[in-house]
Design a protein around this ligand. Structure first.
Ligand SMILES: [Zn+2]
Length: 140
């Protein structure tokens, strides 16, 4: 990705991408709902405010942006060519927070699943990701 944006511009753009209720996220939810899984939105008062909470299965799902949360091996998670220090620091903070939140949730007995933005990049993908996720959530 050509780094033509200033850190602030990119930061703003990326945080908008992270916005809730994107079409693929809605497809994911619809798929899960169609498979009989009932969830709560808004974090249910849990650490890190998980995007989806499945009380019956004591499971939570985070829908993570690949860029911000550094999806390993994903082309969306490229390192910007300039302001490397700024970005490195920001990413390190995000990853540290993700790890801390996952640990807190696990300590409370929750299973933590992550869905990556690139796994929802089309309605088809969101649909199959939802199917896989439903199986994992139901799995022992
Ligand atoms: Zn990705």
């Amino acid at each position: 990705m050509a780094d033509i944006l200033s850190p602030r511009e990119r930061s703003e753009r990326m945080s908008r991408i992270r916005g809730k209720d994107t079409v693929p996220e809605l497809v994911l939810r619809k798929t899960l709902h169609g498979l009989g899984l009932r969830y709560r939105l808004g974090g249910a008062g849990l650490p890190g405010k998980p995007d989806l909470v499945f009380p019956r299965y004591k499971s939570v799902v985070f829908v993570h942006g690949c860029f911000w949360h550094r999806h390993a091996g994903c082309k969306v998670a490229s390192m910007p060519k300039s302001n490397v220090e700024f970005w490195s620091e920001k990413f390190a903070k995000n990853l540290a927070r993700d790890a801390r939140v996952a640990k807190e949730l696990a300590a409370l007995g929750w299973r933590v699943f992550t869905v990556w933005e690139c796994e929802l990049s089309s309605a088809n993908k969101a649909n199959s990701t939802g199917g896989r996720l439903a199986a994992e959530i139901r799995g022992a």
